[in-house]
Design a protein around this ligand. Structure first.
Ligand code: NAG
Ligand code: NAG
Ligand code: NAG
Ligand code: NAG
Length: 648
């Protein structure tokens, strides 16, 4: 499919009149309001034209037809469903009051819609009269203007519930949002979106009410039941005030909340479901000094062996040498603790080498609880003058998953798709950033039916043609740093269309692919640019870490730029068997898919534990499109009145 070219044309809107300020493109609901106000002017011109300049036989039918078209082509663009995106707002106890009024308007609008379609052009004149009588115009007008639950009363109440009643719904919602565990209770709900969705719901209900009221006044005027221009104009003014209040208040609420989403710790950590691990990057390993040098001597101390390798297992016939997991990589940072020790070797399939070691003095490294006694070996029969050293082993191999994909991860921009979510995933032993994508529609909506997690590139480090440093990065003793960054688009109407890890001086650095889009059409631009962070910053302190999933709730660190250096757990706590931090692999994506304005990775942890590296996203800021824009009505001159004052 050919990519449609899209040029960013300067918009011909009225914002220019107020100076060089940025031109604001309206949200869909605001655009619908402007479109209707224009239609309203046109229709009043039509009904007040008593000269029949327009030459219409039946202005009533013309009005019905215009309303019908407006409903079909415009109002129908709004997502259906009264409670769309209101999951959080519904938790407020006063929501029920609002809901009942929203429902009144919705039901009435439903009836109105039916009325319009029944009164549209007939196929057969006789049937038509039968058909249209099902809901009469008088009946419709009564409902709209004179019922106990008329639209004037109901729309006023709706706005009242939201901002002016005591206490108003906005406050109640702010209360819910500011509770400490909001993020854990609603993991897929950007706070900003709570207000934005409420705004859309209220603005739409108010618009529906207003559309019906104007219909009623126009219809009365056509039926020549008095002069209704005045009351119609009053309704317009009252509506204008409500709109102004709604927008000013809601914009305030939207501005103080953010569109950020991140995942708090799950109730239960499950490997491969909520987290995954880099394994055996640097791992505690016991080796007798005699095996640490070529000559098989014991003339030094453990600390002399800063970087060496293993030269075998001296006591080759012993049970220990048969069961132990040898280190075929670099042996680093050796230290001596006590020679007399018992070690529990971890099962063969486990990425740990040991469960624990216990020294004769009683000192423990690791947790004694988990050992099968058959795997305990004692070394006290070894040489008096040869030390058992505790070192770190940096060994690559089938049990050490230490790879990160460097390939770009792109939304399918050819089909106008953008990134809507992010998570980490370990596939074929390689960590990937995985994106959720969806097709961008007009006004920043995403087509829900296109939303999916894009499968990651299915390659292995052993696949022919796959290159280290180009397709993937291998962490080792020297290169094991990942930069924490939150990358945000710099301008309005820009969204994220891709993400990847770059290698910068051997360190992993996040990079995003950004594209401009046309707000009204939803069309993505051809052109793109990349953004990445500034590099180093403060090192995240991970000292004396224990296994991350043992920690009580971890706390995110939102400071940027920072970096994480992958390391091993503490010797005393875990015998340095585990690589930390872990990688949080929970989905980060809003419940209702939205385009993104920022995306990042951050560290969350607890002092004394290894913590997690996790993704975060920030949804597109719709608040920037909220502007009060309410045109003045055209002058409404009743031609009949005009004739009266004209001289004969
Ligand atoms: C009808 O409305 C117009 C415009 O508001 C007003 O000037 C006029 O006086 C009204 N006529 C009657 C009969 O009320
Ligand atoms: C709507 O109701 C209020 C309060 O009852 C009233 O003051 C106002 O005139 C009404 N507006 C219209 C257009 O009828
Ligand atoms: C719009 O609303 C704001 C805040 O409620 C108020 O300060 C401002 O005067 C209003 N403007 C108009 C034209 O009503
Ligand atoms: C979007 O689609 C998914 C499945 O395709 C469905 O479960 C979900 O309810 C839909 N969401 C909305 C807001 O329509």
């Amino acid at each position: 499919m050919e990519l449609k070219h899209f040029a960013i044309v300067p918009l011909l809107c009225l914002c220019g009149l107020s100076g060089p300020a940025m031109c604001i493109e309206n949200l869909l609901v605001d655009q619908l309001r402007l479109d209707f106000l224009r239609l309203e002017d046109e229709l009043w011109d039509l009904v007040l034209d008593r000269n029949h300049r327009t030459g219409l036989d039946d202005p009533g039918l013309e009005i019905i037809s215009k309303f019908h078209t407006f409903d079909n082509t415009k109002m129908n663009q709004m997502p259906q469903g009264l409670l769309h995106g209101l999951r959080v707002a519904r938790q407020a106890d006063t929501f029920l009051l609002l809901y009942s009024d929203l429902k009144t308007i919705d039901d009435m609008y439903h009836k109105f819609r039916k009325y319009l379609s029944k009164n549209m052009m007939p196929t057969n004149k006789e049937d038509y009269n039968e058909y249209r009588r099902e809901i009469s115009t008088t009946d419709m007008i009564d409902d709209i203007l004179y019922d106990v639950n008329n639209v004037n009363k109901t729309t006023r109440q709706i706005v009242g519930h939201v901002f002016t009643d005591q206490p108003d719904l906005l406050w109640k919602i702010l209360d819910i949002l500011s509770s400490d565990d909001f993020n854990c209770k609603y993991p897929n709900q950007p706070m900003q979106q709570v207000f934005y969705n409420l705004y859309t719901t209220v603005a739409l209900a108010d618009l529906k009410g207003y559309v019906m009221a104007q219909f009623a006044y126009l219809a009365l005027r056509v039926q020549e039941k008095g002069n209704h221009t005045e009351v119609a104009l009053r309704a317009r003014n009252e509506y204008k005030l409500r709109v102004n209040n709604t927008i000013s208040t809601m914009r305030g609420a939207i501005e103080i909340t953010s569109g950020k989403i991140w995942r708090c710790d799950p109730k239960h950590h499950v490997k491969g479901v909520t987290y995954d691990e880099v394994t055996r990057l640097l791992q505690g390993h016991i080796q007798n000094e005699v095996d640490l040098n070529e000559d098989g001597t014991c003339t030094g101390t453990c600390a002399d062996y800063y970087s060496t390798k293993s030269y075998g297992c001296y006591d080759g016939e012993s049970e220990y040498c048969k069961k132990m997991k040898p280190c075929y990589g670099k042996i680093l940072d050796c230290r001596f603790v006590e020679s007399n020790l018992k070690a529990c070797i971890a099962p063969v399939w486990d990425s740990r080498r040991y469960e624990y070691i216990e020294f004769k003095s009683g000192l423990m490294m690791g947790e004694k609880s988990r050992c099968n006694n058959k795997n305990v070996f004692s070394w006290n029969r070894w040489f008096v003058h040869c030390s058992n050293c505790i070192c770190l082993c940096d060994e690559q191999g089938s049990q050490s998953d230490r790879y990160f994909s460097l390939r770009p991860v792109m939304a399918d921009v050819q089909y106008n798709r953008v990134v809507t979510g992010l998570r980490f995933i370990k596939h074929n032993r390689i960590f990937h950033l995985q994106i959720q994508e969806g097709e961008l529609l007009p006004y920043g909506y995403i087509d829900n039916s296109t939303v999916r997690w894009v499968p990651v590139d299915d390659f292995r480090i052993t696949t022919p043609g796959v290159k280290k440093g180009q397709d993937y990065h291998t962490m080792d003793h020297e290169e094991r740093t990942m930069f924490m960054d939150n990358l945000a688009v710099e301008k309005q109407n820009h969204v994220i269309t891709g993400v990847k890890f770059d290698l910068k001086g051997g360190n992993l650095q996040l990079k995003i692919n950004v594209r401009e889009f046309d707000f009204k059409s939803g069309q993505l631009s051809y052109n793109f640019h990349h953004l990445s962070g500034v590099g180093y910053g403060q090192k995240i302190d991970i000292s004396y870490p224990d296994i991350p999933i043992k920690a009580p709730h971890s706390t995110p660190e939102w400071d940027y730029p920072t970096f994480v250096r992958f390391t091993h757990t503490d010797f005393n706590k875990d015998l340095a068997q585990t690589t930390v931090p872990f990688i949080d692999i929970q989905d980060v994506a809003p419940e209702v898919a939205l385009p993104l304005r920022a995306l990042g990775i951050y560290y969350k942890g607890k002092k004394g534990y290894g913590g997690f590296v996790a993704p975060t996203i920030t949804t597109y800021d719709f608040g920037q499109h909220l502007e009060v824009d309410f045109p003045e009505a055209n002058q409404r001159i009743d031609q009949e009145e005009l004739f009266k004052v004209l001289p004969n």
